[in-house]
Design a protein around this ligand. Structure first.
Ligand code: SF4
Ligand code: SF4
Length: 386
């Protein structure tokens, strides 16, 4: 889907119905791919294996706000009427736990095995534009020629990407202001826009690669009409207008760099340092290593596991932690995400998905924190901490 203001009409655009989605999923599966898509589980929309269009969140949307998430029925036959699922896609490329080495002692000899990374063929079916942008950021981190991550590098290149434009952004979304959505513009094999409102819901399908073209050619579809394309454009414009929040890089104030700005103390009063924001964030990539030894002492394993800069141990060196206060840890997270990420990776570390706002148990909203940091310090009513 092309964003407003870009060349829009692709003569190769096709339209499929729900049966077409089924055919797509069946075709991907018949080529040996595990298809991962949005599903309803445990009263949230998350990602899991899908075997047919029946598994998609038919008739569900969510009510999201700071510290709040509720599933709600739409009463329609839309399958993509939600915004950011509760989990991001990073766990399929950068798993929560990865075995690095296993060592065994036998007859006085120690053998060390470094497992080959597992790279099962997968398709991401229904990835949002913001999450696609997040994959682009993770690519810079994990595929940097100076520090290639073996697991990510083994999995990422072959992933078949079926992106879907977001028609119903949540209250916590701000991808439009971050230029990462709501409609995918690159990085996909196939991009779809859900056309709802006139008869049965259909899907405009745009092709982004040869293998995407092959897949679309193998399923039933019809050419997109000017009316279909206009409907997709209107859906895009409506979604842009419905964004619940806004954050632009130029909003990030120099005052935020001041460690004594009183807003840091204010947010530290509210922040629980739980790390939820980093777990749900599609671009946070910090990890640590854990060693575990069996009770007989003959076998030991080293695992890489997700970690969070909100953890006290995260900066533990000899003599203790570098960032002992919640204030310093929140500041590290926010400024790394929005400022120093620019220096390291030439991009913001935020794609505006809003998950950190929704899943923060106390509803801390980074867009509000930035707005407060940009305001004159006296207006916050806080005392500066020395
Ligand atoms: S910082 Fe928050 S809004 Fe930005 S990408 Fe991460 S979870 Fe999404
Ligand atoms: S900002 Fe919210 S989610 Fe993040 S560590 Fe603090 S309390 Fe937890």
């Amino acid at each position: 889907m092309a964003a407003t203001g870009q060349a829009r009409i692709d003569p190769l655009s096709r339209v499929v119905d729900a049966d077409g989605l089924d055919e797509m999923i069946a075709s991907l599966r018949s080529h040996g791919r595990t298809v991962i898509g949005p599903v309803v589980r445990d009263e949230v929309i998350t990602h899991d294996q899908v075997e047919s269009a029946e598994d998609l969140p038919l008739g569900w949307t969510e009510d999201q706000d700071g510290g709040r998430y509720r599933l709600e029925p739409t009463g329609t036959d839309e399958r993509f009427a939600f915004s950011s699922p509760s989990t991001s896609w990073k766990r399929f490329l950068f798993p929560e736990r990865t075995l690095l080495i296993r060592a065994r002692r036998s007859n006085g000899e120690v053998s060390v095995v470094e497992p080959e990374p597992e790279a099962p063929p997968v398709a991401f079916f229904g990835i949002r534009s913001c999450d696609l942008a997040a994959l682009g950021i993770l690519d810079r981190v994990f595929l940097d020629p100076g520090a290639v991550d073996p697991t990510y590098a083994a999995r990422r290149p072959d992933v078949f990407i079926v992106a879907v434009g977001c028609n119903r952004p949540g209250n916590t979304c701000f991808c439009a202001s971050m230029d990462t959505g709501p409609s995918p513009t690159a990085g996909y094999d196939i991009a779809m826009s859900e056309l709802h409102g006139e008869g049965d819901t259909e899907y405009i399908v745009d092709i982004g690669s040869e293998r995407g073209a092959d897949l679309v050619a193998s399923i039933g579809s019809r050419p997109a009409t000017e009316g279909d394309l206009n409907r997709a454009d209107r859906a895009h414009e409506t979604a842009v207008a419905a964004m619940g929040r806004e954050l632009r890089q130029e909003h990030v104030p120099l005052a935020a760099l001041d460690p004594d700005h009183p807003r840091w103390a204010d947010v530290a009063e509210r922040c629980l340092a739980c790390g939820n924001c980093t777990m749900v964030c599609p671009t946070c990539f910090c990890s640590t290593t854990e060693e575990s030894t069996d009770l007989s002492g003959t076998e030991t394993e080293r695992w890489r596991v997700w970690d969070s800069c909100f953890s006290l141990d995260f900066t533990h060196l000899h003599g203790g932690s570098v960032r002992t206060s919640t204030r310093s840890r929140y500041r590290q997270w926010l400024l790394h995400k929005l400022v120093t990420w620019q220096d390291q990776f030439d991009t913001s570390g935020c794609v505006g998905c809003g998950r950190c706002v929704t899943w923060c148990p106390v509803g801390i909203d980074l867009t509000a924190e930035i707005a407060a940091l940009a305001a004159p310090a006296a207006a916050t009513g806080e005392e500066c901490e020395a």
